[in-house]
Design a protein around this ligand. Sequence first.
Ligand SMILES: *[C@@H]1O[C@H](CO)[C@@H](O)[C@H](O)[C@H]1NC(C)=O
Ligand SMILES: *[C@@H]1O[C@H](CO)[C@@H](O)[C@H](O)[C@H]1NC(C)=O
Ligand SMILES: *[C@@H]1O[C@H](CO)[C@@H](O)[C@H](O)[C@H]1NC(C)=O
Ligand SMILES: *[C@@H]1O[C@H](CO)[C@@H](O)[C@H](O)[C@H]1NC(C)=O
Ligand SMILES: CC(=O)N[C@H]1CO[C@H](CO)[C@@H](O)[C@@H]1O
Ligand SMILES: CC(=O)N[C@H]1CO[C@H](CO)[C@@H](O)[C@@H]1O
Length: 724
Amino acid sequence: MSLKSMLLLILRFLPPFITLKTLKALHNLLNSLLKTIKKLLGKIMSNQSDDQKSDPPPPFDPSKPSIPISYPIKTLEDLDSRSYFTSFHYPFNISNVPLQPNSALPQRPRILVCHDLQGGYVDDKWVQGGNNSGAYAIWHWYLIDVFIYFSHDLVTLPPPCWTNTAHRHGVKVLGTFITEWDEGKAICKKLLSTKESAYKYAERLVELAIALGFDGWLLNMEVELEVGQIPNLKEFVSHLTQTMHSSLPGSLVIWYDSVTIDGKLDWQNQLNEKNKPFFDISDGIFVNYTWKEDYPKLSATVAGNRKFDVYMGIDVFGRGTYGGGEWTTNVALDVIKKDDVSAALFAPGWVYETKQPPDFQTAQNCWWALVEKSWGIVQNYPKVLPFYSNFDQGRGYHFSIDGAQVLSTQWNNISLQTFQPLLEYADAPTTNAIEVHVDFKEASFIGGGNLTFKGIPEAKASVSTRLFSGELLMCDLPVHITYSVKLEGNSQVGLSLEFFSKMKGKRKLLLASQGMNQFSSKFSEVIVPHQLTKPDMDPGWVIQECCIALNGHTLTEIHALCYWQQPENGVLISEARSNSQDPAEYFAILGHIRISTFDQNTEFPPSTSWIVEGQDVEWGGSQGSKTLSLKISWKLKDGKNSPFPRYNIYVEKLTKESVTTLARTQESASEFIGVAHVKVFYVSDLVIPSGTSSLKFIIQMCDADGASQKLDDAPFFQLNVDGQ
Ligand SMILES: *[C@@H]1O[C@H](CO)[C@@H](O)[C@H](O)[C@H]1NC(C)=O
Ligand SMILES: *[C@@H]1O[C@H](CO)[C@@H](O)[C@H](O)[C@H]1NC(C)=O
Ligand SMILES: *[C@@H]1O[C@H](CO)[C@@H](O)[C@H](O)[C@H]1NC(C)=O
Ligand SMILES: *[C@@H]1O[C@H](CO)[C@@H](O)[C@H](O)[C@H]1NC(C)=O
Ligand SMILES: CC(=O)N[C@H]1CO[C@H](CO)[C@@H](O)[C@@H]1O
Ligand SMILES: CC(=O)N[C@H]1CO[C@H](CO)[C@@H](O)[C@@H]1O
């Protein structure tokens, strides 16, 4: 039967009134039919070595070298044996961005976000990043206090990329321990058989959180239990909570509203006497999301002085959730906020999974705008120095280092997110005629993103856009503020900085290099930065730098000020006309912002103070096209901890000539291969052109303020190709 006749057949049986739902269901049905047909066809068509094809891929062996991935622990036995720590992947999995110390949760209502996307471990499982610029990401960290990585596996370990970026923004990260269905019941039988057993598994969980660098656990015991098991369950919860706290001050164990104190699997949708005993021995409760309007208030009363530890669930997919979730998630948020308890947003990846129009970037911004409108900002930054943002969302179409593009393929590594700007997105049409967005379609200064300002401003007025909302207390050292811009025509962009001091009140500074006279009345001071240049920068970039000393003031706001350079003596500057772009259109790009007490010249330890090693070397391919996989690790000779948060990895493919002349020829130019956040990187299936006699792997140190070491000074590891 042809597809067409099948379609006609289906259409014949359709009722006269088709709802959108039926149509969608039909669409899904047809899609899956099509997939099955394609699969079948594929099988019939492929007749090359059938026996080879039908072999299933070898089972994943975590002890063997392969592209580092992050994955959950699926059985109690694996949790018990600690086999996890001897696996090849373990060293790659560790998050290296610590939270700022003293980060107990603030005493106010908090926002917790529970990630639940396509079963977890999707594009984010590639610890060194993947190749999908359309990978899911969150960049509204300023609206989040706690982030939970969730999947339906027994022990869900957050991939380190989430921990790295969440921590950078001041957000705590929890893994999930879940027991469900009959399998979960069997697990509980063993887990809760004795007090010793309960203690042991609690300690295993603590050990994992500490080793991998995340901040605690969500406990989701979604099974029916016997009353006799409850005492050991309480031992498990309280021992986990106490041991987490003593191992990591500020860590959290959150109880999910599921099994009750009588062992029934009976979601209460509020805090009450049936689940409070678990709340009392943990750091909070995640309340199931089918609550009614008065439940937040009732729960707050039951919680007493711990009302902020009650997290009222909201299912963004809307399944029976108060207010309907989805685009009306703010309805539930408003109630929770009014009753002064905390909120738990479950599965905000809804926007991504259901492909909300017009595109993920825009839809996600609009959805989080609902959260901001209801709750306001919960994380402020800059708070500490150095502060650095290149507007990278951890995915893109290209990658740049110091103003020069080094990669032009799709990628995703959310570890690479730097501080995300607090751009304001209205959920209604805006009168602001300059559009601001993070753009990663084309080049960037550093990383894969840039902040693009474009549009036709009305009457050429200036437009101010919020970038960051900080709490940075200035000390007696002056700070250096550096930023990169690319401008077209008469477009100009300056930075407006707002400071506050109890003694002196507000102070507004403008950093602007051109045509700023028009603003002198609106600012306490207008500063003209000086321009820096860097070798190898792509044309058009300008780096601006200035130094500010405002001891005792707090930096509270950073805005971008978009304006037009005023015509001088009534004549527009000629370059506006030279551009093919409509001269009436405003266009400016901000590449990065850096605030530091140091100027540009970070001192990096010389290459001689490092040991760089290669391990697990594996050659592949055939005579003509050789490939290589290996693990490269590095450390400081003096045994000290490396202070660097990030390393760029390059390879130079050297021929005999380039080795002997020691000259860097065109062929031996360094190729960027990736970024590491730990001191180990796995190179997978690197293609080696014939004629290559040796390979030089270079590890370039990068500092927290975005500075990177000169490649010539960077440590490296050299490997001979000849004879392989
Ligand atoms: C399948 O095998 C037949 C005969 O062995 C051959 O003629 C045909 O080209 C093959 N088809 C494909 C798609 O390889
Ligand atoms: C990404 O890599 C996978 C696995 O190597 C490959 O199947 C896929 O086609 C790649 N995707 C893109 C967009 O390059
Ligand atoms: C929430 O509670 C309802 C009953 O009130 C239950 O049907 C549902 O499964 C619960 N949801 C979750 C995620 O446990
Ligand atoms: C930033 O994005 C814009 C818009 O896509 C693009 O035109 C521009 O090339 C990008 N950045 C730079 C530095 O060019
Ligand atoms: C956080 C995380 O996912 N860690 C993984 C690191 O790699 C090992 C395999 O060696 C996994 O067991 C872990 O789950
Ligand atoms: C931009 C960047 O660092 N991308 C890297 C992310 O991780 C993948 C896989 O390791 C690398 O191939 C990319 O270069």
